[in-house]
Write a protein that binds this ligand. Structure first.
Ligand code: FES
Length: 158
């Protein structure tokens, strides 16, 4: 019995090592890091900006922004999408946090996300577009409510 447990444990470890080796051939270290430790994967209550978008694959992403004056203090996301969408959402929030509104708007794009991740396979590239689009919508929402602050009162609680 004891030996069976040990064999099973060894088999599992070997399998995990093989899987990681295969993943490492396709994805960069940065991608694997954001996949294993996604940054800012959470909701922000009463955000200053909120965006939701749907990718070409049908997956959705939500982003939340908190600002102080013109600087993005916090940015978070959630998604029902694939592992790569988590990686891209995570990187998008890292790019946005601590930037001014204008800097973030200029910097957050699918190509920037892809370059900071060290690239993604062709089939996963649209996940970066989804993350960039969701963040752009959250920023547009923020701008809209800055212009019409009273309209925020009528927004459903996120
Ligand atoms: Fe849909 Fe990645 S496959 S966002």
């Amino acid at each position: 019995m004891m030996s069976n447990d040990k064999e099973l444990e060894q088999f599992t470890q070997q399998l995990q090592a093989e899987i990681m080796e295969k993943i490492g051939k396709v994805y960069t270290e940065t991608v694997i890091d954001h996949w294993q430790n996604p940054r800012n994967f959470r909701r922000i209550k009463k955000p200053d900006g909120y965006g939701k978008a749907q990718g070409t694959c049908g997956d959705t992403m939500e982003m939340f922004i908190k600002i102080n004056e013109d600087r993005i203090l916090d940015c978070s996301f959630q998604t029902d999408g694939c592992g790569t969408s988590i990686v891209c959402g995570s990187m998008a929030t890292v790019i946005a946090i601590n930037k001014t509104f204008t800097e973030a708007l200029a910097e957050v794009s699918a190509s920037k996300i892809l370059s900071l991740l060290g690239g993604l396979p062709e089939a996963d590239k649209h996940c970066a577009s989804l993350a960039a689009e969701t963040l752009r919508r959250a920023m547009a929402d923020l701008l809209y409510h800055k212009k019409f602050p009273w309209k925020k009162i009528y927004r459903k609680e996120q």
